[in-house]
Design a protein around this ligand. Structure first.
Ligand code: SF4
Length: 244
């Protein structure tokens, strides 16, 4: 018999399971083929592979949402990395950006462990979920505006399912996607479009917040534009806003 559970929604016997609606949304995302350029790219990368991962069976498909189906923190990234999530099939798993993100989420109490290697590594998010503006790996990490717009339906449906209090946008594209969504829903409380900056916050209606962070891409972390204390500060702000 299925029973409600705060973090995983349902328990079937002794097995914790994501809610049926969360699973069904993820199944729809994985089957999506609205962007031929991205689907071809992901498949091609999965065939060519990086030398270091030649023994892997790459995922090579749209990457589903990750996390707690009751999450109040929704992290919105850019898109799966070609040899990261496009390889492992789990958001931010298997690349350096993810190493930074999961370490910070762990330190802030939003994850049960600091590492994310593959889909079976025991990682569990706590009151947190991760999605992306674009669920397929784009060439040069740059989805077109049209591709991001194609993917907006999945962000909408994700937000329909979660009791989000804080949207944490990693980078400009994630920020713009969330701003588009909250404007469409009438959740913006200010007339001016909120501007992206690291640590920027925008109050939304009904106790929700939008919070910005530089993306933990190597471009930002290698150059020192984003440091671990800066990411910790953002996570602490998210924690504080959720607790208000
Ligand atoms: S990017 Fe989004 S809309 Fe485009 S094919 Fe992938 S999942 Fe579908």
């Amino acid at each position: 018999m299925l029973q409600h559970n705060k973090f995983t929604q349902y328990r079937c016997g002794n097995i914790e399971m994501p809610s049926p609606s969360w699973q069904s949304l993820n199944r729809k995302i994985v089957r999506c083929d609205r962007c031929p350029r991205l689907r071809e790219h992901g498949t091609q990368i999965a065939v060519e592979k990086r030398k270091a991962y030649r023994d892997w069976t790459y995922w090579g498909k749209p990457v589903p949402n990750l996390g707690d189906p009751q999450a109040r923190l929704l992290v919105v990234g850019l898109a799966p990395a070609a040899h990261g999530a496009n390889r492992t099939g789990r958001m931010f798993t298997g690349d350096r950006s993810g190493d930074w993100l999961f370490r910070a989420m762990y330190r802030a109490g939003f994850a049960n462990q600091a590492t994310a290697i593959d889909r079976d590594d025991g990682l569990r998010l706590i009151d947190g979920a991760i999605t992306a503006a674009c669920h397929c790996a784009p060439p040069a990490n740059k989805p077109t505006r049209e591709e991001v717009a194609n993917c907006r339906q999945w962000l909408d449906e994700t937000v329909d399912l979660l009791p989000v209090v804080v949207f944490l946008a990693l980078g400009q594209i994630g920020w713009r996607s969330v701003v588009g969504l909250v404007r469409h829903r009438g959740w913006l409380t200010q007339k001016k479009t909120p501007k992206f900056a690291h640590g920027a916050t925008a109050e939304l209606s009904e106790g929700r917040w939008l919070l910005g962070s530089y993306h933990p891409s190597q471009q930002n972390t290698f150059t020192g534009r984003l440091t671990e204390p800066m990411l910790d500060d953002v996570m602490a702000t998210a924690r504080r806003l959720i607790g208000q």
